[in-house]
Design a protein around this ligand. Structure first.
Ligand code: FES
Length: 131
């Protein structure tokens, strides 16, 4: 399998790997076929009317592409508003990594889904606080 230079870089030296204690939101997704699991933690800060991802970390048990896409999605989402972060698609992640082999595209799905799940978890918690 041929990986791009960027994929190898992020796989060998992943960015934002680890956990956030007491995160604002946490998302976990897995792929039942390959068994890979990805968890994303976000710390959200309210700035005026915007909610911004101030910090983001991941823990991933999976293949090289799963690690690289986790690393890249956290880079892409850091400092973004929640609305902007939700627009990050699997194609954005794959493109930023200079492409993924076709059979590895589902790995970038996991990354954007885990991010969306963390945002959803945050929004749910905020809703519960209001009730
Ligand atoms: Fe399944 Fe990479 S092979 S996430």
């Amino acid at each position: 399998m041929i990986y791009s230079k960027k994929v190898l870089e992020h796989f060998m030296h992943p960015h934002n790997q680890g956990t956030i204690p007491n995160p604002s939101g946490e998302g976990i997704v897995g792929n039942p076929t390959c068994g890979d699991v990805m968890r994303i933690y976000i710390k959200v800060k309210k700035k005026k009317k915007e909610e911004v991802i101030e910090d983001i970390k991941f823990e991933t048990l999976g293949c090289a592409s799963a690690i690289a896409t986790s690393s890249m999605v956290t880079d892409l989402a850091k400092g973004r508003t929640l609305g902007e972060a939700l627009k990050i698609s699997r194609d954005d992640v794959a493109e930023a990594l200079e492409g993924l082999p076709p059979i590895k595209m589902h790995c970038s799905n996991l990354a954007s889904e885990a991010l969306a799940a963390a945002i959803e978890d945050y929004r749910q918690k905020e809703k519960e606080k209001e009730e």
